[in-house]
Design a protein around this ligand. Sequence first.
Ligand code: IVH
Length: 673
Amino acid sequence: MPKKSPQTELSKLRQLIDYHRRRYHEDDAPEISDEAYDSLVRQLRSLEGSTDDSEGSLTTEVGGTVSEAFAKVTHTVRQWSLGNVFTPSELRDWEARLYRHLESEDVTEAQLTYVVEHKLDGLKIVLEYIDGVLVRAATRGDGVTGEDVTHTARTIDDIPDRLAHKVDITCVGEVMLSKAEFERVNLEREKAEQPLFANPRNAAAGSLRQLDPKVARSRKLSATMYDVDVFGPQDSGLSVPESQWGELQLLKQLGFVTNAHNKKAKDIAAVLDFYEIWKVKHDELQYGVDGVVIKVDAIDLQRKLGFTAKSPRYGTAFKFPAEQATSVVEAIDLQVGRTGVITPVAHLTPVLIDGSTVSRATLHNEDQIKRLDVRVGDTVILQKAGDIIPEIVEVLLPLRPAKTKPYRFPKRVEGCGGDGSIERVPGEAAYRCVTLDSDFLRRQKLYYFVSKTALNIDGVGPRIIDLLLDTGLITHHYDLFTLEVGDLKDLPGFKEKAAQNVIDAITAARTVPLQRLLIGLSIEHVGEETARLIAEHTGSLQKIQEARIEELSQIHGVGQVVAESLVLWMQDSTHKKELAQLLRHIEVTAPKKVSQKGSLSRKTMVFTGTLNTLTRDEAKALARQAGAEVASSVSKKTDYVVAGADPGSKAERAEELGVAIINEEQFRKLLGS
Ligand code: IVH
């Protein structure tokens, strides 16, 4: 891996983070996701080796800087940002730190309880009221100085001009745009050929940070308040809240909007419950919520806990699992699959993404590597969601170390047969071993042959296959079926019983459904789904052995590439011999297919025009029940076109191709017969 001096690495990373911070906070036009941004900050922190409590470089900075376009407002209370945690264990660590800190403050009996809130994904606003009258609204800015946005804040319905009581208060909340309003605004901008907002947060920020209040008024901004910075009750009879929960109640009493989902949590377990619920449900909300915020409820304890260089200790944000993260490519490796196809894989510095740690991402093929220009040493944005395997979506070029080279496929790869040479498959993006009969590939194929997906020989896995190959007991798949208990029972780790079990499992696998056999042969491009389709459509191994490419590629869902690969495989003389050997030991069963019973089994039909007694959908359903496949367009593989009144171009096409055209009556006869 190219060497980077830690100093340049740090400064490059800081610069890049700073750039993206400005794109987000100042220009309201981010270029990377919040998740990727968070991940870069985490990378920086881990490089700095700093903990939550240490003075970091940019990590001590809060948010954006202040635009010259607005009057400046110096906040009476510094506007901090919150720290983040990403996993339940980080949350528990956070709590443990609180207890430790309180102990050092000589608070030994404290029992911490919390308030949990949504982490609203909008723009922070600080409102100042004197005698119950709004005097100023400001953005957070750099935390010390914000921008005066009183003129636009006044256009927001949720921000009262006058409060229910004549009090002095400075309070904090979030200005947001609902998802629906965001869509509407963007549609409007699209029509006006203006640049679109990246997300509701930017749209809210872009609307609030306007010189002309008309723009803000035309967009339905909301404001949800969650914090009281300064409170002077005057003669209102109200008292100064002693808890975060009390602050939320006070805000409501004064006429502000608070979040209806705010909740008290008696311990960390209750916090986790709240988190788990909203982790799943937050997408249903009208507003963007990217995590939950946890705050120590008691204000006196909040004070004792105080602040780190960057944020208050008494609260933290627990982010929902990120689907994007950044990491560093430590190596690019080539994996040889059992069919000899070579897949490049990036080895990454382990990183948490979508709730689990990953250290690898597929690069698919050479074209993908070229498109992304991924190089060893690069910092990349990774993406993963649900069951999808992690993928590299972008290289962060500003972080590329000096003297990297574009990745080039080597000429030879360990694991391929012969001298290890590889070649690019003509017409495809994939590389493949030139010589496919290597020991490595033979092993891989055998592992697969016995696996659950293929012949499912219970209890026989890679370890036993290795043992059988290494002792010379087998060299081919068909040898498995000639084994006897006596061959196995003296192998290392075997006893009579285990040997018998293996033999029983092999015996049980002598009857093989056609599709499983196809899968087990490790034919390139023939995966589970295509094997099933081919087995169902052909019905026998013999048909497959005799099939021509054109016939197989007619099968719906089986393309030219699969058909070609299968036919060439079947024609190969070595494969022919090996398959013949195998067939002496196994019985291949035809796939059970319900539709085979139907009168229209394996016929492809197309419907066109208006039928007399049936709707189009009813007719299609009847055809399918009888085993037919219903297609939407006419081709050579169409067996019948059922034409009603005003048939149109499909009937013409059928005529051109010489496909049988039948009417409704004839169709009914076919069904009945
Ligand atoms: S409390 C001292 N509560 O998240 C911390 N912040 O870094 C005061 N945010 O910029 C903030 N929802 O704009 C708090 N329920 C919530 C929040 C919240 C969203 C934002 C806030 C701040 C950032 C925290």
